[in-house]
Each structure stands twice: as structure tokens, then as C-alpha cells.
Design a binder for this molecule. Structure first.
Ligand SMILES: O=C(O)CCC(=O)C(=O)O
Ligand SMILES: [Fe+2]
Length: 278
């Protein structure tokens, strides 16, 4: 296929002044707001190809559903019932695993574009020795499929940042809502509580368009995907980077998210225990 990226506006393969301006602007937005949107990062053809690819692979999506609070922790009955840690919502989504996308397809074409990783690293301002592609063959580049009835309720991420590409919007809903930097020095439970009740003035809502790239620092900003409506599924690609080389998901989490594991998950899980990496 032809180039899926809009290299005219985002010349990730040509480091220089133009790219530096984009990187600096993105860094500033991330610093102030925890969120940066690079509009029209994909070419029109890229969006078209990626949509086709996601449509064809959607049948391989693994559905999972859990009841979760914003912190992904267990219930703590020692706290009052109204505490944000005790507010549980259903989270359900479907992930198309990375190994269902062809090397020659649009998603890999984007992810493997020369200069792409380095551009993302520079935007996130991460040190070179702490920035690696997730080495998980099921999870390094995936597509999240969600439809009416699915939900990604309010949460903080465990990762320091997420890199997502909007591919297709649902018929209705699916806006990205977030309370920028709501927790910084402390947990700020009072304001978090207001967000969970939809009573906070802090919440911002963004409508991503197909082809937009989003960088988001979700550890400090409570966020969710607004409830979806209609028959058209929302497709979002999630590209993962981690702080350590050769990392893969744990056996348990991989089973939950993808419904299966590969030999590498068992091999590395063993290694992890032996070497006390985490
Ligand atoms: O689907 C999205 O846009 C957001 C996903 C998200 O918040 C996450 O993966 O942690
Ligand atoms: Fe998140």
C-alpha cells in the first residue's frame, strides 16, 4: 500500500526544523494539559486502509468485561460507601490482537514507518534508555473495538502514557473525556468524586476524528470514553511503548485481554520471577 501517514504535515522520517516545531508544541500541550492531539496524522488513504483492515479483523476481537473502579483496585469495605475507590463501573471492550494484522497492512505500515518511534519518544520527552516498543506479539499494536453497550468508564492509567490513533467513530458518543491533571501532589478524592458523579467543572471533552493521533498522560488525568450509541463500532488503535526492553504482558492479564497466550508469555514470566525485574 501507499503511505498511510500524512508525511507532508508530519515528516517523521525527516528530522529537522519542521518536525522540531511539532515536537515542541506537543511537549507543551502534554506538560500543561496531559493531552496532545495531532490532527490529521494519517493520510486519507491511511484512514481508509486502516478502517478496512479493522473491519476485516474485527471478528478476531476478544471481548472482556470487568467491574472496575477508577484505580483498578479491589473493593475496600473499610472506606465509606461514597468513597471514589468504592465506585465500580462495568468496563467492557474487545481487542483485536496484534498478530491479526499483516506485516504488509496499514497498521504495521504506520507503526513500522521509519522515524515513527523516535518521533513519539521525542514528543513524550522520554529518555532513550527508558523507551522501548512493547515486545508483546499480541499487544504491541492493537485495535480496540467498542460498540453500544461497551464502556470504558472513568479511570487512571497504570502506564505513564498512551499512544492512540482514531480510526472510526461510533454513530454517536465515544468522545474522550478527561479531567486534566486532577491528581498531582495528592489523590484529590473530592474532585474525583465530583467527576464520577458528572458534577465536575474540570472535565474536558474531545472529539477525535479518524486519522488523529492522541498522546495522553493518563496517570494524572482521570478519563473515560463517553457511552456509545448506534450500530457503527468505534475503532481506536493503541500503540504501546514501555520503559524496559523485551517486556511482554503477564500470563494472567494477557489471557484476560486476548483470550489466549503465546509461549513467549510463559518464558518471560519465568524470567521475570528469576531476575526480579519488576
Ligand atoms: O479508547 C480510548 O480512546 C481510550 C483508551 C484508554 O483510556 C486506555 O486504553 O487506557
Ligand atoms: Fe486510559
Amino acid at each position: 500500500m501507499q503511505k498511510a501517514l500524512n508525511l507532508n504535515d508530519y515528516p517523521v522520517n525527516q528530522p529537522g526544523k519542521k518536525l522540531d516545531l511539532i515536537i515542541n508544541k506537543t511537549r507543551k500541550e502534554l506538560k500543561n494539559d496531559g493531552c496532545a492531539i495531532l490532527r490529521g496524522f494519517l493520510s486519507n488513504e491511511g484512514v481508509k486502509e486502516l478502517t478496512k483492515e479493522a473491519d476485516a479483523a474485527a471478528k478476531y476481537a476478544h471481548h472482556s468485561s470487568t467491574l472496575t473502579n477508577a484505580y483498578f483496585t479491589e473493593d475496600d469495605p473499610s472506606l465509606p460507601k461514597s468513597h471514589p475507590k468504592r465506585q465500580f463501573f462495568e468496563r467492557s471492550n474487545a481487542f483485536i490482537p496484534a498478530d491479526k494484522f499483516l506485516k504488509s497492512g496499514a497498521l504495521r505500515n504506520i507503526f513500522d514507518q521509519e522515524g515513527f518511534d523516535e518521533f513519539i519518544r521525542a514528543c513524550l520527552n522520554e529518555p532513550k534508555d527508558k523507551f522501548f516498543r512493547y515486545a508483546d506479539p499480541l499487544a504491541d499494536a492493537i485495535v480496540n473495538v467498542s460498540s453500544e453497550g461497551n464502556g470504558f468508564p472513568w479511570h487512571f492509567d497504570t502506564n505513564n502514557y498512551t499512544v492512540t490513533l482514531a480510526i472510526q467513530n461510533a454513530t454517536e458518543g465515544g468522545e474522550f473525556e478527561y479531567a486534566p491533571m486532577i491528581r498531582q501532589k495528592d489523590e484529590n478524592f473530592a474532585e474525583v468524586s465530583r467527576v464520577l458523579k458528572n458534577k465536575s467543572k474540570m472535565v474536558k471533552s474531545i472529539v477525535l476524528q479518524p486519522g488523529d493521533l492522541q498522546l495522553f498522560k493518563g496517570r494524572y488525568s482521570l478519563h473515560r470514553v463517553a457511552p456509545l450509541k448506534g450500530t457503527v463500532p468505534r475503532y481506536v488503535a493503541i500503540l504501546s511503548y514501555v520503559e524496559k526492553e523485551n517486556m511482554v504482558g503477564s500470563v494472567e492479564r494477557t489471557k484476560q485481554l486476548y483470550g489466549r497466550v503465546l509461549p513467549v508469555h510463559y518464558e518471560r514470566a519465568g524470567q521475570r520471577e528469576d531476575n526480579f525485574i519488576d
